[in-house]
Design a protein around this ligand. Structure first.
Ligand SMILES: [Zn+2]
Length: 263
């Protein structure tokens, strides 16, 4: 049976193993520096999802991606398509509730755009409350911080947005769409800061401030794409697929627990 949800017939959906984990990739369409295309988050998120489907073909279905996200703070850069967080929560939960209606019990909202993280966290929680099924959200870089730090060439601050991590993976997948000759380092990490840290593998900051993107980045980049290589991109992607596959297996093994009303 295919792992591509859109290739299933309705009879195959009816008869499918409903404990397969349905992966819904949610990304964004936005500036990724002068060196990378608007579809970066969608291409990378789907490369992870499809890699998992190849690694564990009997255990998942992959939905068509939602290529738009919560990123109004990027709109000073041409090309950005932004969705209000309330709309995105409602849209994503309509998809998850549809899946629950058809009997699916396990969903992973696989995020590939930073600012979707809190939105998808809420969408997953809302799905659990409204349907009783298991719905998990995860930003894929958070599953693999140690492995990113083993592979990376850049300093802390080099992996945030259109930096080493994303540039390397996109170069591995589609080298013709990445032009590093246009890339510049925009490492905005302040080593003196105790609480602010936007590096994706830097274990997060204790506090969060998302400014207007054009206030903090002159060209849409945050990080150091100049040290990206396709070889490291292959390693990043393989690690992302392995760790996400491990997460899928944990989700498949989670028990469905009964509620108890204590009124
Ligand atoms: Zn991105």
């Amino acid at each position: 049976m295919t792992t591509t949800y859109g290739h299933l017939t309705w009879e195959e959906v009816r008869d499918a193993d409903k404990d397969r984990v349905v992966i819904l990739s949610v990304s964004a369409t936005e500036d990724h520096g002068p060196h990378m295309p608007l579809d970066t988050d969608t291409v990378l998120g789907m490369a992870v999802a499809e890699g998992v489907a190849k690694a564990a073909p009997g255990e998942v279905f992959v939905m068509p991606p939602i290529p738009y996200g919560f990123n109004e703070h990027h709109k000073d850069f041409p090309g950005v398509i932004w969705i209000q967080p309330e709309t995105l929560i409602a849209f994503v939960t309509d998809v998850t509730k549809s899946l629950a209606h058809h009997g699916f019990r396990r969903i992973l909202l696989l995020n590939s755009h930073g600012s979707n993280h809190p939105v998808l966290d809420l969408a997953a929680r809302k799905t659990v409350i409204e349907t009783g099924i298991i719905c998990v959200s995860a930003s894929y870089w958070n599953l693999m911080s140690d492995r990113i730090n083993e592979i990376r060439a850049s300093e802390l601050g080099g992996i945030a947005h259109a930096g080493e991590f994303e540039a390397a993976m996109y170069m591995h997948l589609h080298p013709e769409r990445v032009d590093l000759s246009k890339a510049a380092t925009q490492n905005l990490h302040d080593p003196k800061s105790k609480f602010f840290n936007l590096d994706l593998a830097g274990r997060g900051g204790g506090a969060m401030l998302m400014r207007w993107w054009s206030e903090v980045s002159p060209d849409g980049t945050m990080g150091d794409p100049t040290v990206a290589t396709p070889e490291n991109g292959r390693k990043f992607l393989e690690a992302a697929i392995e760790e996400t596959t491990a997460l899928i297996r944990e989700i498949r093994a989670l028990p469905i627990l009964p509620r108890k009303d204590h009124h």
